[in-house]
Design a protein around this ligand. Structure first.
Ligand code: FAD
Length: 323
């Protein structure tokens, strides 16, 4: 049976996050010919409605309020629950982002629905939809099917391909007015630690450094390589603990989970906790001077050598190729 699916579009620093378009593609599969309704929450989000439609939403609802300028789970859940009450969707899809991870359990408990988090693949459609998600730190995958009630899923960035953007798509846009009250948290100021460049969790290329990078300056060639490839810089916890870089770059079990098309690990040993955050990357290249390093067990391409020689060589080669 076809379904009505509500998909949350996430606006961050003046643009829609890519995972919003991936969530629409997921929504279309679950909808199975039904309707995908995009939802935008914030203080000024009307400018983004057409983009959600161009990526496949049949219509878009906005909820705007000054208290929604910065994310709070109280404010956003009031806004989203009001829309859910109005629309009665059979399924809800969020991105598995920091916001999605924080908000989805709260909404699910209010709706008394289940929650399938961190979905990397969707098989089937409509009532036969099966959600695939990693378990045991990515060592195995489980398949989950919802028998009854609302289907609620968060999808991991970079796994479900979005539709090709088509600006000729049209759809209805409407707004829901919600009185946001009883906020227990008021955000006075947001101080961002790393605002430059590509968002690590959505990057198609990640160049990550470990303790082998040896210093903050040691990260400079990695940054250059990442910039050249249009990617983001990441790190192991070893590098963060040694204060070579900020913890916002940490990848792994207690850091960010990334699934880029290309992951370059330089001077990272490949501890199980690091692999938990990157082993599902599509192509993994490891650079390590120890041929026995564990990272080579998950690498598609291994380069045994000194990263301070290998990374500059890669930079020169990519420059020559003019990527
Ligand atoms: P090391 O293990 O010290 O490896 C450095 C590597 O660099 C070595 O393999 C060495 O051969 C190589 N090297 C040195 N010099 C060079 C050179 N010039 N050229 C090339 N290679 C060189 N870790 C994470 O990464 N993410 C997590 O989220 C995380 N969560 C954790 C949670 C818990 C509860 C615990 C207990 C640990 C966690 N860890 C995590 C830590 C993890 O166990 C490892 O300690 C950490 O990943 C090691 O970082 P590393 O690979 O950079 O350092």
């Amino acid at each position: 049976m076809s379904k009505k699916v509500l998909v949350l579009g996430e606006v961050r620093e003046g643009s829609l996050r890519n995972v919003s378009f991936e969530a629409i593609a997921a929504g279309l599969q679950i909808a199975d010919g039904g309707e995908v309704v995009g939802l935008l929450v914030g203080d000024a989000v009307a400018d983004f409605t057409q983009e959600l439609i161009a990526y496949g939403a049949s219509r878009v609802i906005t909820v705007e309020h000054p208290h929604l300028k910065n994310y709070t789970s109280d404010g956003y859940s009031q806004a989203i629950l009001a829309v859910v009450e109005q629309e009665n969707p059979e399924a809800i899809v969020f991105g598995h982002t920091s916001l999605g991870k924080d908000l989805s359990p709260k909404i699910a408990s209010r709706l008394q629905s289940g929650l399938i988090s961190d979905v990397t693949e969707i098989q089937g459609a409509g009532d036969d939809t099966v959600f695939v998600r990693p378990i045991y730190s990515g060592k195995a995958f489980e398949k989950v099917k919802i028998k009854d009630g609302i289907i609620f899923a968060t999808i991991r960035p970079n796994n479900i391909p979005p539709l090709v953007k088509d600006d000729s798509r049209t759809g209805e846009v409407s707004s829901v007015s919600v009185d946001i009250t009883n906020l227990r948290t008021i955000i006075k100021e947001v101080v961002r630690k790393s605002t430059e460049g590509v968002d690590l969790s959505e990057a198609k290329v990640v160049v990550a450094g470990g303790r082998g990078v040896k210093s903050g300056e040691g990260f400079e060639p990695l940054k250059e390589l990442a910039n050249l490839l249009g990617g983001a810089v990441g790190a192991s916890r070893g590098a963060c603990d040694a204060e070579y870089c900020d913890y916002s770059l940490q990848i792994g079990q207690t850091g960010k989970v990334v699934t880029p098309d290309l992951y370059i690990a330089a001077g990272i040993s490949g501890a199980i906790q690091h692999l938990a955050g990157m082993s599902n990357s599509k192509v993994i290249v490891a650079i390590n001077k120890d041929p026995e390093a564990n990272i080579f067990k998950v690498a598609d391409y291994g380069i045994v050598g000194d990263l301070f020689e290998v990374v500059p060589m890669l930079i020169e080669e990519f420059k020559a190729l003019k990527v």
